[in-house]
Every structure is written in structure tokens, then in C-alpha cells.
Write a protein that binds this ligand. Sequence first.
Ligand SMILES: NC(=O)c1ccc[n+]([C@@H]2O[C@H](COP(=O)([O-])OP(=O)(O)OC[C@H]3O[C@@H](n4cnc5c(N)ncnc54)[C@H](OP(=O)(O)O)[C@@H]3O)[C@@H](O)[C@H]2O)c1
Length: 325
Amino acid sequence: MRHIMLGDLEVSRIGLGAMGMSHGYTDSGTDEAESIRTIHRALELGVTFLDTAEVYGPYANEDLLGRALRGRRDQVVLATKFGMISHTGRGPGNRDSSPASIRTAVEGSLKRLETDHIDLYYQHRVDPDTPIEETVGALAELVAEGKVRHIGLSEAGPETIRRAHAVHPVAAVQSEYSLWTRGLEERVLPLLRELRIGLVPFAPLGRGFLTGKIRSADGFKEGDFRHGNPRFTGENFQHNLRLADEVATVAAEADATPAQVALAWLLAQGDDIAPIPGTKRVSRVEENTAADGVQLTTQQIDKLSSLPPAAGDTHPEAGLRMMER
Ligand SMILES: NC(=O)c1ccc[n+]([C@@H]2O[C@H](COP(=O)([O-])OP(=O)(O)OC[C@H]3O[C@@H](n4cnc5c(N)ncnc54)[C@H](OP(=O)(O)O)[C@@H]3O)[C@@H](O)[C@H]2O)c1
């Protein structure tokens, strides 16, 4: 597995998103033993970069990683996120990146993760009620205390990124980016490159859609993010199936699977990009991790880059409002 740098932080260029093991997908949280085997298999295959967040569960996903990493903590770069749960009484559903809330959040994450430091600590969504300078100031104190090694932002726009980086170097920005969710190329990626900040694409498999395994939206259970998501409903879904088919055509040509092609396209966008595909199954972590060895031709990359845009927003309205781009 090749490694890349996110700012000054070295990671395997394919990571593992752990969210779906506890949260957000049909059958999340139903098979802890397989989830733990998946994490251990990822480590055996050279994955060093694991992604979780306080709000996944909430809390259950960090707990799971803490248990899975007993005796293996030193082998991984552990990334988690704060800011979607308020510890200062703003109430459920309200973002909170105030210094007081971060202080409480970090102690909880360290305890659940059974560690004395977080390698990469991201703000999960920009907090409209706390200036980013205050948030990053609090994070800089955690770095000075050794509780946090590197800091990151998620779904932050260019202005916020620049302001944050002026207070303390930002190692990585994590945003949705994939064959069917573009939009970072114009403003965000050039800025990240100017400031030497890495990009961590989340949902790199289009929440499973780009793998070609989802041919109907009927099977999503209550609590699955895709239930009612504009991309996965009605005519949009039917339209988007053609995208998945195009990915499958390139995959057949490249002698790879569609999931591997979706990841290989991201890797081809630069050596400052480390996607974090999510799975709770050993077989799929093996498949996804093998994308490190898939080499697409220039023609294949161009064909994928010029796929028509997906139909439907990435999130329902309330989710979209929380994202800067
Ligand atoms: N910063 C943020 O706001 C944010 C938001 C969302 C996610 N994330 C992070 O990003 C990570 C990845 O995103 P994601 O998990 O939402 O989406 P994703 O990686 O695009 O897709 C995950 C989905 O694809 C399925 N899958 C994985 N590999 C597959 C394969 N080879 N063939 C067929 N299906 C496959 C998984 O099912 P199985 O698990 O059943 O294999 C799961 O349903 C998350 O785990 C989380 O850590 C961050």
C-alpha cells in the first residue's frame, strides 16, 4: 500500500471509513465481530488510516474502534470529528464548535478510543455561531497539550479554510468527493494545494451506488441515510443508474471492479488525496484496498472525468445547509 502526505501527516492512500459499522446504513451495528475482523484485515493489508466521529452512533463507533484497536493503536492514524453534538446546551441537532464544547468532546473521544491522543481531529461541520478562529485556537491548545496531533475541517468552504489555516496549519479537509459528487475542482482543490493541505474524500463509493450493487432503492431500512436521499429516489435514481453502468463498463475494460475503479479515479486526481471507503465486511475491505494496485489509462480517466452529472442533491435540504463549498 502506497502512502501519501496530508500536510505533515503520513497515511496509507486508501483508508477505512468506519461509520457504517455503527451508523447510517441498513444493518449498521448488527455484526460487531465482522466489523472488528474488517478493521483487523484492513490493517493486515496495509491500511493505516481509520475514520470515525463522535456523532456516529452517537459514540458507538468510537467505542467500537477503541475495542478493535486494543494492542494495535500504534499501527494506525486515528481520525475522529467533533462539532455535531453540543456539550454546552445548544440542544440536539445544533452544531457546536465552541472551545468549551470541544474541551468536553475531546475527553469523551479519547476515553472511547482508549488512547491518549487523536492523530487527526476534524471539525465535522462549520459552526455558524463560533468564529473559526476561536475553534482553531482551542484545537491549537489541544495540539500543544499533546492530545491532538493534527487538525482538519470537514465540508468547509475556501474562506473558512484560509482563515483556519492562518491560525494553525490544517492537515486535511474531508469533503464528499467522488465520480458522482464533484465540485471541489474549481475552488477548493486549488486552495488546498496552495496551502499544502490534503483532501480526504468521504463517500468515495457514492454511498455504495458507484459499485453497481444497488439496482433498486427499495431495500433501504429506516435510519439508512439513503432512504429519502434525492439521489436515491424516483427518476433521479433511474437516471443515476446509467452512471453506475458507465463505471461498470470501464471496470470491465480495466479488469477491475466498479468500486476499485471509483477509488482508482480518485487516486489519479493527485498524491495529496486519501479516500476513506466505508465497509463493515472483510471481503469488501479486501476488494477496496486492492484499488491501490489498479492503474487506469489516460483514456479511462478522461472518460470517467467526463461522466454526466448525477441527478439530485447529495443530501436533503437540512443537510445541504450545513455544508460550505
Ligand atoms: N465528514 C463527513 O461529513 C462524512 C460523511 C459521511 C461519511 N464520512 C466518512 O466517510 C466514510 C465513507 O463514506 P460512506 O461509508 O458513507 O460511503 P461510501 O464509502 O461511498 O460507501 C459505503 C457503502 O458502500 C458499501 N460498499 C463498500 N464497499 C463496497 C464494495 N466493494 N462493493 C459493494 N458495496 C460496497 C458499504 O456497504 P457494506 O458496509 O455493507 O460493505 C456501504 O453501504 C464513512 O465511513 C465515514 O467515516 C464522513
